[in-house]
Each structure stands twice: as structure tokens, then as C-alpha cells.
Write a protein that binds this ligand. Structure first.
Ligand SMILES: *Cc1c(COP(=O)(O)O)cnc(C)c1O
Length: 379
């Protein structure tokens, strides 16, 4: 669904050239291992079709999604790619896997049984990935169960295992001992199936230590310009810019209170610009003027930018709008109908996320359906 910018309160500009540059940087870093791309959650909110088309042009041939429904969307624009479905094969989804030539990531005995039934029906070993839990206690076979599986010739004869994978719990913390322990367990466990390609690292794991990569890197967030590692400067280009349309500029006197809950009392005569973006658009209410501590990062309300000026959020973020203090901008320089940057090249996405007590990922995937979207560098 595309939205007419003249009818929208917020506009997103998604720079596919920057996206390609970010992915290429990861590909070069991962070399000689291969580099895929994680495009789940609608390409981290950037729309899966333009994202997959752009990455395909750049040479990406392996995509990861969470769900079969997402896999079908990838297939519609990437006829030749390998598409892994991380959350496995659900009952009654088998036909979609066949139709879309999707490769399930199997991590339970139930999943394996379900996929083997397809193999019997098709009369051939079926392609799949096997997920090994190396210590996150999320998805995948524990090492002992994996060993049992591998030694079951009836089962293995029905599976064409394309990839062995695991996932790190703490890769965003550089040098975390858990990452090293997980990597060693994965390395040891997977020796039971020599010759099958192996994949362990997300963005953070790939970036911080090449030993984490094995044969195939699985970056997601950095491709979209968000930060992956804690406490180091983000080397990626911003991909997404969000701007809000100013719908009112008002003068409110010192001592007045602003917004729902009257949470903020003005310390000076203040000009407030309201933009037509609110929490219904995924611009999170939690980033209102309180600020939320997050790990070692900033505690301040979300900031915005207008023609080189930094603006502070004022009052609570409402469903359909939020306010910024524009007192220091000369009145002739700013008017109703102008656009304020909420994140993008001036205001890092991750800082707005931190102000809401969350991570850039959540802000990206929560980008709402009411924005007008423009793609730079689309075919
Ligand atoms: C989401 C996901 C990734 C990508 O993670 P990023 O931190 O976004 O790079 C990789 N592997 C698995 C299993 C995932 O679920």
C-alpha cells in the first residue's frame, strides 16, 4: 500500500544505496565466508520487496526470514535465492514451503518428523537447515539431541542438510565469554556432520570477531543502519529517515503545562511545533520527556532536528502527534507545513530508541503504516 505524501503526516525516506553499501561492507568483512541477509519482519520495517531486490542486485543470494508467509514474499522478488525460514515448518504450512521453494530451519523432533513426511511424499531427501542450541536456550536442538538425530540413519536419509546454524545470546557485548563458549560448543557439535556449511553470527557476531562467522554470516540490523555492538561508534550509513509534518506552531507562556498528564511545566515562554507523527506510527510514547535509562546509553528525551538545529521533545507523545521546542529557531525560518527530522542522518535512530528504553530494531520494525515512503536507488 503506498501513501500519497500530500495526505500523510510523516514521511520515510529509505536509501537503498546506503543499504547496499552496508551489506557490501559486511560481505567484504565476512570474506572468504559467504554473506546472507536477514529480512524478517518486513525487511526490518523497510518493506521486504524493495530491500530484497536491492540486495539481490548487490549479489546477495541467501535470505533469512522468520515465517513462511515472509518467505513467500521474498520468493516473489528473488526467484533464484535460497530462503531459510528460521521459525521452522508449521503444521499445514508444508505446501507453502514447496510452492515457494523455502528451506525450513528445523530445531525440534516434531519439525523433523513433519519435514520427513514431506520427503516421503515427494520421494526425495528434502533441503533443510538444522538449528543447534549452543547455550541461548531459545530455539534448536541441544547438543545431545542433535547427536541422537545425526546417528539416526532413517532420519538423515530423508534430509538434505544445507546448513547447520546456531545463534549467539550476547554477541552485542564485545568479548563476552558466553559467545566464545557457544562458538566452541557449536564447532565441536557440528563436527558430526563434516562438510555441511555452518552459520552462527548475526550482525554483532560477524562484526566483532571473524572466528564467529564460520561459512555464512547472517547480518540483519546493520544492513538497515542500526547499531549492533554496544559502546562503539556505529560504522554503518543511516538508511532510514523519518520526518514529521508540522501541523501547528504555537506560543505558550512560561508556567503553562503541556500535553496529556500535564507532565511538563514550561520554564520559559516557549514556541512549540507539533508534528503529525505519534505513537500510532511507532514513534514510541516512552521516549516522551522523561527519558529511560538503557544499559550504558543516554538518558534524555527524544531529540529531533530542523535545518541544523537540535530540538527537544516537549510534553507526552500522543497517538497522532508530538511536540518539539522550537523557541530558539527564528520564527521566519520555520512554518506550518515544514518537516522535522525525527531520525535519520542528523538524529541517530538508536538514540531515539534509547530514549524510549529500547533498541533500534524495535523502532524500525514498528514503523507504522501511515507514512508516505520514498525509496532512493530503487530500480
Ligand atoms: C534476527 C536474527 C539474525 C539477525 O540478527 P541481527 O542482530 O539483526 O543482525 C540472525 N540470526 C537469527 C537466528 C535471527 O533470529
Amino acid at each position: 500500500m503506498s501513501i500519497d505524501p500530500d495526505l500523510a503526516g510523516g514521511r520515510l525516506t529509505i536509501d537503498l544505496n546506503a543499504l547496499i553499501e552496508n551489506w557490501s561492507k559486511m560481505r567484504d568483512h565476512a570474506f572468504p565466508a559467504d554473506c546472507g541477509a536477514v529480512v524478517k519482519a518486513n525487511g526490518y520495517g523497510c518493506e521486504v520487496e524493495p530491500v530484497v531486490k536491492a540486495l539481490s542486485r548487490a549479489g546477495c543470494r541467501v535470505f533469512f526470514v522468520a515465517l513462511p508467509t515472509e518467505g513467500l514474499r521474498v520468493r516473489s522478488v528473488a526467484p533464484e535465492a535460497t530462503i531459510f525460514v528460521l521459525n521452522g515448518v508449521f503444521d499445514n504450512s508444508q505446501q507453502a514451503f514447496l510452492d515457494g521453494d523455502l528451506t525450513p530451519v528445523l530445531g525440534t523432533v516434531e519439525n523433523v518428523r513433519r519435514w520427513i513426511a514431506v520427503a516421503h511424499q515427494q520421494g526425495k531427501a528434502m533441503p533443510c537447515a538444522l538449528h543447534i542450541d549452543s547455550g541461548m536456550n531459545r530455539l534448536g536442538f541441544q547438543a545431545g539431541d542433535f547427536e541422537t538425530l545425526v546417528h539416526d540413519a532413517n532420519v538423515m536419509g530423508q534430509l538434505d542438510v544445507k546448513l547447520l546454524m546456531t545463534h549467539f545470546a550476547c554477541a552485542d557485548d564485545i568479548g563476552h565469554p558466553k559467545t566464545i563458549a557457544q562458538r566452541e560448543l557449536f564447532d565441536k557439535t557440528t563436527r558430526l556432520l563434516p562438510g555441511v556449511p555452518r552459520s552462527a553470527a548475526n550482525s554483532a557476531g560477524t562484526w566483532q570477531d571473524k572466528a564467529n562467522i564460520f561459512d555464512l554470516a547472517r547480518p540483519g540490523t546493520v544492513i538497515y543502519g542500526a547499531e549492533a555492538l554496544n559502546d562503539v561508534p556505529n560504522p554503518m550509513l543511516p538508511v532510514v529517515t523519518l520526518e514529521g509534518r508540522i501541523i501547528q506552531i504555537r506560543n505558550s507562556p512560561k508556567g503553562e503545562q503541556v500535553g496529556y498528564g500535564a507532565t511538563q511545566t514550561l520554564q520559559r515562554d516557549t514556541r512549540i511545533a507539533y508534528v503529525s507523527v505519534g505513537y500510532a506510527d511507532g514513534y514510541q510514547r516512552a521516549s516522551s520527556n522523561t527519558g529511560v535509562p538503557l544499559r550504558s546509553v543516554i538518558e534524555k528525551p527524544s531529540q529531533a532536528a530542523f535545518k541544523g538545529h537540535y530540538l527537544s521533545g516537549i510534553g507526552r507523545i500522543s497517538m497522532d502527534m508530538c511536540g518539539f521546542d522550537v523557541t530558539d529557531i527564528p520564527p521566519e525560518e520555520i512554518a506550518e507545513g515544514d518537516w522535522i527530522e525525527l531520525f535519520g542522518p542528523t538524529i541517530p535512530l538508536d538514540e531515539v530508541a534509547a530514549a524510549a528504553g529500547t533498541i533500534g530494531y524495535e523502532l524500525l520494525v514498528g514503523m507504522g503504516q501511515r507514512y508516505a515512503r520514498t525509496y532512493i536507488g530503487a530500480e
